[in-house]
Design a protein around this ligand. Sequence first.
Ligand code: PAF
Length: 280
Amino acid sequence: MNVLQKVTTLNELWDARSILPEPVGLVPTMGFLHEGHLSLVKRACEEVASVVVSIFINPTQFAPTDDLEAYPRNLERDAALLQESGATLLWTPTPEIIYPPDFQTWVDVEEITKPLEGAKRPGHFRGVTTVVTKLFNAVQPQKAYFGQKDAHQVAVICQMVRDLNMPIEIVTNPIIRERDGLAMSSRNTYLNPEERRAALVLSKSLAAAQSTYEKGERDATTLRRIMEKIINTEPLARLEYVSCADYDTLEEMSIISKKALISMAVYLGKTRLIDNVVLE
Ligand code: PAF
């Protein structure tokens, strides 16, 4: 089995990168790895010769009101999990490496960042696209792996890669769920036991909308209402949005006539959870 190599500075990364067997895959993460991340690493190990994983809690994608310091971290455990999963190289840059004091260049994707997550989290996607561009430039992978749980993020990154002619294939893996249906997320660790139970309302409401769709319903408003109604039955849940949107443009639909994304953001206490299902 490979020994996982660990690097921090750009020079260390570039030295290690220059002798990696090609093709190289990148799994960008913010750490506190769970089965969702590891499924991306495992898939990358099957598809490319070298798998680079980055762990960087990107401050520019958090709102000033978000508690960046409280974001869960456990680098030692993450490194052990990556070693077990067969990753080749772990890159853990510091904030100063990614954002030196004179940093002044941002990547801004326009229309597709406006609805859904973009509308609720101003500036979030500018932080994501900027850091992902920097990670891509530093690692120069042929493939990059992202989870479908952040469906809006995936759509934005695919748009950016097309618009900027980045020679990188974006690969997405389906959402990995706990046995009871809760989508895996590093943020689930914030939930107390009552909130953890109440959080099932997200996957339940999506499943109800999906099964109604599968029975032939094509009215998007009906599906949105089904999801809203179920979320509102849970006293601990505070609905931020539900959506039934065109999968490619993320514009809200009235009649579902092509591939669609049903998605939502819901607060349980102070924790904001997102989830989605693709309607083929
Ligand atoms: O999905 C995430 O964990 C982050 O948004 C990413 C892609 C690593 C960028 O910071």
